[in-house]
Design a protein around this ligand. Sequence first.
Ligand code: UDP
Ligand code: MG
Length: 320
Amino acid sequence: MFLNNDNVEISVVVPMYNEEPNIDYLFERLVSVLVRLNMKYEIVCVNDGSKDNTLKFLVEHHYRNPAIKVVNLSRNFGKEIALTAGIDYTTGAAVVPIDADLQDPPELIEQLIAKWREGYDVVYGTRRSRQGESWIKRFTASAFYQTIGKLSHTPIPPNTGDFRLLDRRVVNALKQMPERNRFMKGLFAWVGFKQTSILYDRPQRYQGTTKWNYWRLWNFAIDGIAAFSLIPLKVWSYLGLTISLISFFYASFLVIRTLLFGIDIPGYASLMVAVLFLGGVQLLSLGMIGEYLGRVYDEVKGRPLYLVRDSYGFMPESIN
Ligand code: UDP
Ligand code: MG
């Protein structure tokens, strides 16, 4: 059970993977914002199996400021799961996930809180601009949001990352979602509640490099679509039906033509085209089924979402 024994009002969650060069500046800005808000805060940092000195730095900060707490995962689990772990450890009445690279300006937390005080349960930050991103990144991102918008029943707000404020109610709802495929933007949207957004300009990364390459983004996109739409699984029956109907009419045409005009042999090219096309379609549809089946397999195994090696700054009762 959750014991909110030190009445934290706001919990900030920071997933970190090799963020050593950003840590000092991040805490400097974040803490000054939180102090200005004059609310009881905690900063839950998740070390997602970093290979640099992120953990050492975090623990040093924890000893200087006990409101900075550290969850050290047993290895790299990826941002989405690191974030889930961090959220599980929070006790605040409001929870704000934020990136360690200062791409989500901590100063905006004041605006998020203001909206929260107006009575919203989820306040998300939508990017007005994407500075320092290539046109390919912008194009693929917009293609992704359009596709998922068409395929999914859950409206997923475009250009919105994980930077947002969540009321404790929403956090409790999220914790009831046991799935291993943590497409957080989708989960945040799926839960519903009273949601609103604020606009902001997303600056470039402060230090270090992004951990996302196109292959990772592609897989992230497939994860999102598979988690929030069954259409890719279902279209094949309609496609198959259409192809069967067309071939039925074509067969009837061939029978009648043969009866009227006799048999002609040529047709190798059209035969090859038909065989190869159908072969391709069949492999594609099998692949789609594989995508879903693989995810079902992952869920069924029921492994824990993440493993914690050690943690700093939490009361034993508040860990669940
Ligand atoms: N991150 C993480 N685990 C990973 C990759 C990234 O915890 O495996 C964290 C990272 O430290 C940062 C946040 O997720 O705080 C966003 O990562 P990044 O800046 O690389 O992503 P981008 O801003 O390019 O989308
Ligand atoms: Mg970033």
